[in-house]
Design a protein. Sequence first.
Lengths: 292, 483
Amino acid sequence: MKRVEILKTYKIYSGGKFPRTESGRYYMALDKKGNPIANMCLGSRKDVRNAVVSARKALGAWSGKTAFNRSQILYRIAEVIEGRKSQFVEELILQGSQKNSAIKEVEDSIDRIVYYAGWCDKFCQIGSSVNPVSSSHFNFSTYEPVGVVGLIAPQDSSLLGLVSLLMPIIAGGNTCVVLANESLPLCSITFSEVLHASDVPGGAVNIITGHISELIKPLSTHMDVNALAFSGLNELKKEIDLFSVENLKRVRSYDLNWKNTDTQGLHYITDFQEVKTTWHPIENIGGATSTY
Amino acid sequence: MTSKNKNWEYSPSLESTGHIKLKKKYDLFINGKWTKSSSKKYFKTINPNDEKLIAEISHANQNDVDLAVKSARKAYDTVWSKMPANERGKYIYRIARIMQERAKELAVIESLDSGKPIREARDIDIPLACNHFFYYAGWADKLDYAFPNRKISPLGVAGQIIPWNFPLLMAAWKIAPALAAGNTVVLKPAETTSLTALKLAEIIEESGLPAGVVNIITGHGDTGASIVNHPDINKIAFTGSTGVGKIIQKAIAGTDKKATLELGGKSANIIFDDAPLDQAIEGIVNGIFFNQGHVCCAGSRLFVQENIADKVIRKLKHRMKSLVVGNPLDKNTDVGAINSKDQLQIINKYIKLGKKEGAELYQSTCSIPKKGFFCPPTIFTNVAQSSILVQEEIFGPVLTIQTFRTVDEVIQKANNTPYGLAAGVWTDKGARIFNLTTKLKAGVVWANTYNKFDPASPFGGYKESGFGREGGMHGLSAYLKLS
């Protein structure tokens, strides 16, 4: 007799745990032919709010890690996916990808993670400056993470789009609340298991599945979310912009095909950074005439 | 010793106004020509020191805005975007040089029209404005170096709306980087302080800058709204209140207009018990009474470590007694006139509310001119974190004083505001300075100093104090398309 397979229960990822949605609701992820492939959590407003609380709590722990350590953790994410490559490939195929393109998507995603792993402890040196002010002060500008970022995962790919925006956000020390790809949600939850196994602190990344149309508002109106990122969704841009006004969220919208190799770079990190400038007086007495 | 002691009073030392040239009526500077507004309306600009009329200013309407945007677009398409970058830079250098030559005139007019002390206009506003043009002129042909691995191009036409607290300086902060990056400009000064922007238009005319590259149009809020809503503007740069900043964000939602907003603040100035106290007192005074407190980054929330609070408050009150409030054109004046009657009413409303809430008021006992708009330097002690005085931006010479015991406590209190523009830290301990500067959510942190500005130093806020930076290399990206 054929062995009975253990089917996977997909749950959301919030505060470093894998709860079901507090709403108890579900929706079905379908394959290309419209056959159900999994029951997904139909996340709610409250799930979004809980996730924001977790992300805010985790901000100190994540942004407080040394940049070098963040670099190692991102690299670890790549290592862990590499070992679970076949699982992601299977999920992509289940969701309708051809085998070759599924393999390519996973490999490209791994390479992109490694790319951003390397940036963690380097981007600050490139964008920082010591500013030659015309008074007796030492003055420098450097980057700081903008804080909690809401990310509406790109809706055209299950894994690569998510990785392409999430990695620069967390490489820079931000924490993140992700609304997963609605129609291709499997990889995002499997990816959260990877994050969980890679020393990313609980709450630093939270991933919620559900209807984008329902969850956009609680995420983009939330007063404790500092920035918002999305890709495509041009028909929703105005609405998202308006939702974001009240606490002046930094809204970053992209319209890119994340398969292209030029869709990675330093500026995807600095898009989610604030520039801080610090001044301090320089004492100007004694040794004034010395040229040595 | 009080200021009533006649033996020690300063003799008046008024700056002369004989050499300044002002017209009775100003039109709009569009396409390199002085153009009458199709509204045919003028409004008065008065001297806040004596409420006397200085000049009449044209009130631009939607048609005028459209004309200005069209001329900016034409100048962008036909001249400015085609000009070699080094040539572009040379025009900006020219503007800087002519401003320096006419610095005295600009300073006097700025003081007359805005109410700021002539000493500040002369030593801070005008030199910084000139330097800002000089600084960005040199960037024009070096932009590639600022953005490695990116393709850069200008955005097109920038619509710029500036406030009344640093009129010419804000015009410089807006225009200089926009031109260096290759954009053309439509700029609107605030309605109470149009004069130095119009003088800048004269200087731009004198510099031979191609017609339409900079257009300066005057008016009220409706003029600004027409700029924001104009479909052919690529970039909005605004400095002003957080309330108006949000209106602008709503207006441009869903469009491709790029925006930088430099908005309000409620900045914390934090004094630890090991701080050099006499310097810190000067820092507190400079933080809140500089430019009558009309400063978005004013150190309006003072946090004093509990064990030195009595001493600091005593010393601060003593120092406030020697501040001279009066005619802005008097070189002895420390605190000038409140910019407008409206603003004075807002400040007085907050003072009243503070008293009603039970906060303890102290105002300096100096004499205040009978005419004009004046407010004595004011401090409130015994204020709660929830007080309206602590929560809301007053934009006047009003300081709240709170105390703290530990570093954690003061970081938490300082960050407990929707704003995040600036902060000050006073302590002798370097390690503590770096701890605080990294934990304070603010775009600018002054350690053992306050209210310092420089063209090379990026300025701008976190959170609801707006986004984008002005000044330095970081100020360039606000005016460039990077791909």
